[in-house]
Design a protein around this ligand. Structure first.
Ligand code: PXP
Length: 260
């Protein structure tokens, strides 16, 4: 009897937005998000993610171009709102992938998934233009069937499931909500794969939650920023990325019941 196929490899995308947050606190050029990206890659990151927000509170236009030039063949994931200005920038930077996210000026971070049902017709032309330019299209969505079906109908190749509500419940040690939220992620990952969508996940992940979500075999990429940049203050970015990779590998191995 042939043994079952191993789950696909789990990639780590490191989001370097908050290196730019620290840089911008004083103006100037230090710390440099490009140097952070190179360090993360050296430590085992499979890709770099950066969010060019409308208010440019962290990443700036020049960072996107500099990152693209510096990281070479390593995939760059450009997080962006679905606006004409961002589309034009993305078409000129030509990242490996663009992840469309909702954006409100008053929020501290991306607070929820895209309203892919209500904004369906607005999002379709963004997805088509990006695809035409050879950019893979990802939609950052809530883990729900309706959102997944809308994402497929919009024409995205990838969905990134918002893990924020689950991570918050885990942090608050609210076991009931955490179990409910994790189940939403688990069933959505399964449903996404059934629809032929590549499934990513991110927001609020730390070593513990990344290890747990890594055990969902349909999820092939995690995008992680704030926790890694925060832990880098204590252990350095190279070590933080390495520890994250180990946590992800441990979670992945648990699928096969191999906990060595
Ligand atoms: N994925 C998306 C789409 C995001 O908007 C963010 C936050 O910028 C992340 C992942 C990373 O979240 P965190 O910084 O909480 O790890």
């Amino acid at each position: 009897m042939s043994s079952p196929l191993p789950p696909p490899q789990l990639r780590l995308g490191v989001n370097i937005d908050h290196v730019a947050t620290v840089r911008n606190a004083r103006g100037g050029v230090h710390p440099d998000p490009v140097k952070a990206a190179m360090t993360a890659i050296a430590a085992g990151a499979d890709g770099i993610t950066a969010h060019l927000r409308e208010d440019r509170r962290h990443i700036r236009d020049a960072d996107m171009a500099n990152l693209k030039a510096a990281i070479g063949a390593t995939p760059l994931n450009f997080e962006m709102a679905a606006t004409k200005q961002m589309l034009d920038i993305a078409l000129s930077v030509k990242p490996h992938a663009a992840c469309l996210v909702p954006e409100r000026r008053t929020e501290r971070t991306t607070e929820g998934g895209l309203d892919v049902v209500g904004q369906h017709d607005h999002l379709v032309p963004f997805a088509s233009e990006l695809k035409r330019a050879g950019v893979r299209v990802s939609l950052f969505i809530e883990p729900s069937r309706e959102a997944l079906e809308a994402a497929r109908s919009i024409g995205a190749a990838i969905v990134e499931l918002h893990t924020g509500a689950w991570c918050e419940a885990m942090m608050a040690r609210d076991e009931t909500s955490a179990a409910r939220e994790f189940e939403r992620i688990r069933t959505s990952a399964e449903y996404a794969a059934g629809l032929g969508l590549e499934c990513h996940a991110g927001h609020g992940l730390d070593y513990h939650t990344a290890r747990q979500v890594a055990a969902l075999p349909q999820i092939v990429e995690l995008n992680i920023g704030h926790f890694l940049i925060g832990d880098a203050i204590f252990v350095g970015l190279f070590q933080a990325v390495k520890t994250m990779r180990t946590a992800m590998s441990e979670g992945r191995r648990a699928i096969a019941g191999d906990t060595k």
